[in-house]
Design a protein around this ligand. Structure first.
Ligand code: AMP
Length: 284
């Protein structure tokens, strides 16, 4: 595996590979890798000649300084996992390589319409602007044929699809399923920051989503099913539920009724101690 810290190193690798007719699969991450990230690497490897993974904790997408400063960093472990997964190139730039003039000097602003005002967008002001900036930069640097994103961050995936469409990036955006722990908790780098007590109750996120889905399939109306789900969190004072909402699975536009032929996403975010967790489930 080639490890690059510089933009020009990745560019020259990719240029050479492309001139030999090779396809590039790209997996952008913030590191502290787990089996969820590795599932994206496996899919990229299966569909492309070469796989590039980036690890960059992007300061421009954090709305909370505490969250940015405490984001887990495990560079040695990450490299070993990527090597084991057969990744071809790791791009791990320093902040100054991505933002030579600092993030305060960034002038470009993205707006993603209604997607900005719902769920993550509403609760994390500026977050998707930062995502749009870093992903655009990474796409320009890596020039992939296919880019892989997890359903774990469903709204992010939808925003990136919009970005690719609006700006004519010549690549395919691929959504990969959520990888979970045995008890249902969605794998996340932030899980490393949970105390043993918090980790023990963290599966409530997934359990609640599953209960909402079960209620819908047994004929409970959508608003009541969501209200029951919110009730489950009200009984667990360790959690602060930020939202539990349903939206159209393709647009996240609000839905009031779950009808035949519909695909809806039930999404939630909750603070558990100092850790913010998200999860979702798509039901059809
Ligand atoms: P992150 O390092 O958290 O920015 O995540 C990098 C990519 O991995 C994103 O596309 C995430 O959606 C994806 N990802 C994170 N956790 C999981 C998971 N449990 N299952 C599948 N994909 C995931």
């Amino acid at each position: 595996m080639i490890v690059c810290e510089r933009v020009r190193e990745v560019r020259s690798f990719v240029d050479r590979a492309k001139s030999q007719g090779k396809s590039i699969g790209f997996v952008p991450t913030m590191g502290a890798l787990h089996a969820g990230h590795l599932s994206l690497i496996h899919q990229a490897k299966a569909q492309n000649d070469l796989t590039v993974c980036s690890i960059f904790v992007n300061p421009a997408q954090f709305d909370q300084l505490h969250d940015f400063e405490h984001y887990p960093k495990l560079p040695k472990e990450d490299q070993a996992l990527l090597l084991g997964a057969g990744c071809d190139v790791l791009f791990a730039p320093h902040t100054a390589e991505m933002y030579p003039h600092g993030i305060d000097q960034l002038a470009t602003k993205f707006s993603f319409g209604q997607l900005e005002y719902r769920m993550e967008g509403r609760h994390r002001p500026g977050h998707f602007n930062g995502v749009g900036i870093v992903v655009s930069k990474l796409f320009h640097i890596v020039n992939p044929d296919r880019a892989y994103f997890g359903q774990k961050d469903l709204q992010q995936y939808l925003i990136i699809r919009q970005l690719v469409e609006d700006l004519s990036f010549d690549l395919e955006v691929i959504r990969c399923p959520i990888v979970r722990e045995a008890d249902g908790l969605a794998m996340s780098s932030r899980n490393l920051r949970l105390s043993p007590e918090e980790r023990a109750i963290a599966p409530l996120l997934h359990q609640t989503l599953q209960q909402v889905a079960d209620a819908l399939f047994s004929g409970v109306a959508l608003p009541e099913a969501l209200e029951q789900g919110r009730g489950a969190f009200a009984q667990q004072p360790a959690f602060q539920l930020e939202y539990l909402e349903a939206g159209d699975a393709r647009t996240l536009a609000p839905v009031e009724v779950f009808g035949e032929g519909d695909a809806i996403a039930i999404c939630l975010a909750a603070q558990l101690g100092s850790v913010r967790l998200i999860d979702n489930i798509i039901i059809e």
